[in-house]
Design a protein around this ligand. Structure first.
Ligand SMILES: NC(=O)c1ccc[n+]([C@@H]2O[C@H](COP(=O)([O-])OP(=O)(O)OC[C@H]3O[C@@H](n4cnc5c(N)ncnc54)[C@H](O)[C@@H]3O)[C@@H](O)[C@H]2O)c1
Length: 348
């Protein structure tokens, strides 16, 4: 059992605290936030062992072996670096860091010190996302043609990052995991309609070496909440709607068959519309599984499913997508072999 320090108790941090407190692998939790009111809020709700406004207290506490960082993006790198240097294992919320260079430095430091570093790609632990992985791996959808994803709603406008950095990490982490591949090109367009300099709407396009295309739409400026992903394969099609309570995943036996015409003028296409099946999903909280993966990896020494490498891959694509967005949507090539840590899913 591990004592864990949670840094940042704003909107998301309390979810980490709750899941850590409930975890059988966690001995106790000490919380840290610059805001005393947030510490008081946590103290009233959860049986934490301590609370401090000073991060150094967490670093000096020898009982704390690991920290979970849920602070704004610009603080991820400096806090994670100090924690590693103090000998703590580190869990950092998404996005892992603000630049590829920062991400690579954290990865290299963790490796040098023999410490675990993990990023909070929570969806990778969700029952629906895992079921979709199973369906794709089984070949049921056939060859994947394209993936299209919408993650839109009204707000919450962030003060420090664009909608791309806030929402797209979820879609990117899922797409890279499902395809077991990294994109070779990214482009994005977007606009800062509300806060000058911080795009609140963005449309991103990814190309994979296999020919698969992916489109990700993210927005804080949309009337209804959509969490919708469509995966179209050569045999079947799948729709994942995360706002659904039941039937989040539906597999459509739909498609189109093309036959080379034997005679001139013969009709070449036939459309197929068969059963729609919604597979049974396991029932557990993704964040509990994510915390469990982090804490158990400290004991076993194995890399968690969303280790720092997965964090770096997402950061790199966001960085290039932002560059493209700032250059009016110009496509950015992505070459991976020279990037530290990005060794698992290099496109071939
Ligand atoms: N995995 C997910 O599904 C998910 C969901 C929401 C947010 N997040 C991530 O969690 C992180 C935090 O987001 P949020 O919405 O909770 O932000 P927030 O602004 O609501 O909370 C951040 C908290 O960190 C505190 N803080 C800032 N700097 C600090 C420092 N140096 N030391 C100690 N405390 C400090 C602030 O006082 C604040 O209470 C972000 O990286 C975000 O992307 C992840």
């Amino acid at each position: 059992m591990t004592t864990v320090g949670v840094i940042g108790c704003g909107y998301w941090g309390p979810n980490l605290v709750r899941n850590l407190v409930e975890s059988r692998r966690c001995r106790s939790v000490v919380v840290c936030d610059l805001d005393r009111d947030r510490l008081e809020y946590i103290r009233r709700r959860y049986p934490v062992a301590g609370a401090t406004t000073d991060f150094q207290d967490i670093l000096d506490n020898e009982a704390i072996r690991a920290v979970a960082i849920a602070t704004p993006l610009c603080t991820h790198y400096p806090l994670a670096k100090r924690a590693l240097e103090a000998g703590k294992h580190v869990f950092v919320e998404k996005p892992f860091a603000h630049t590829t260079a920062q991400a690579a430095e954290l990865l290299a430091l963790a490796e040098k010190l023999g410490l675990t570093i993990m990023t909070g790609h929570t969806f990778i632990y969700s029952p629906a996302v895992n079921k979709i992985q199973e369906v794709i791996d089984s070949g049921e959808l056939g060859d994947i043609y394209y993936i299209s994803s919408s993650r839109v709603n009204l707000g919450l406008h962030q003060k420090d990052v664009s909608v791309l950095w806030d929402l797209a990490p979820h879609d990117l982490s899922m797409i890279f995991s499902w395809l077991k591949a990294l994109p070779v090109r990214v482009s994005a367009v977007g606009r800062d309609y509300v806060q000058p300099g911080l795009p609140d709407v963005a449309f991103m396009d990814l190309t994979f070496a296999s020919g698969v295309l992916a489109h990700v739409q993210v927005s804080w400026l949309s009337p209804s909440k959509l969490r919708n992903t469509t995966i179209v394969g050569s045999r079947k099609m799948l729709v994942y709607d995360d706002t659904e309570h039941l039937e989040k995943v539906k597999i459509f036996d739909k498609g189109v068959n093309y036959r080379d015409p034997e005679t001139f003028g013969e009709y070449q296409l036939s459309y197929r519309a068969g059963n729609i099946v919604s597979p049974k999903l396991d029932s557990y909280e993704p964040l509990q599984a994510e915390i469990d993966d982090f804490l158990s990896s400290l004991v076993s020494g194995r890399c968690p499913r969303t280790g720092g490498t997965a964090g770096l891959e997402v950061v790199r694509v966001l960085e290039e997508a932002e560059r493209s967005l700032n250059q009016g949507g110009e496509p950015m090539p992505l070459e991976w072999t020279s990037v530290v840590g990005a060794s698992r899913r290099v496109p071939v």
